[in-house]
Design a protein around this ligand. Sequence first.
Ligand code: GLP
Length: 235
Amino acid sequence: MNVLVFKNAEEATEKAYDIFKKSFENGLKTLGLATGSTPLTLYEKIRTSGWDVSHVTTVNLDEYVGLSPANPQSYNYYMQEELFKYMNFKSTNLPNGMAEDLQEECERYEQILKENPVDLQILGIGPNGHIGFNEPGTPFDSITHVVELAPSTREANKRFFDKEEEVPTKAITMGISSIMNAREIILLAFGPGKADAVRKMVEGPVTSDCPASVLQNHDHAWIILDEGSAGKLKR
Ligand code: GLP
């Protein structure tokens, strides 16, 4: 894991964009994507780059169970609005949260990941240290699976919904081992609200109590922080 701290989110995003650009120039074929507010500026930079991405396949980390792609709170909708409708990707993939058989859907998605090994994965981090929707306690050898969302995650994400009751209780997420298979990873974290999770991820023990701490075991993971999220690091 390489930890880089920048003055603010804008400079941090600039660095993430540079890494992305290098990977793209080196022939990136599969791009792993995350949702949430943290990568929004990075996506803005990518969609205005004017690049031809017709050889690039995308795979997203996760999707809520029970939200259709037409629902503005679904991750499918977010990706369409922030990136996909502006770019000519070869194919774009998200778990189908409306699938009748969720277990079968997880297997289908894992097969897509096998066929499209991720060259570069973009990640955010939840205030409880989750990556994708892998909540504390998720085994490191997990693959794509259905999760029950932690109350703190539903609380953190309720800002995107009209009422807290509307936040889904379940999601489909790539597992921790699916995420760790990526050749290179960029994790972005901004603001003091992430400082505790960042300290545990970077300086705590590698433990499933903080799923993101597994990135200490990844040789090509870039942890890109602003001063706020790095505020509780000792080193
Ligand atoms: C959600 C997503 C994660 C994301 C996290 C942080 O729970 N499933 O992939 O990293 O939120 O979101 P934000 O960037 O809005 O803080």
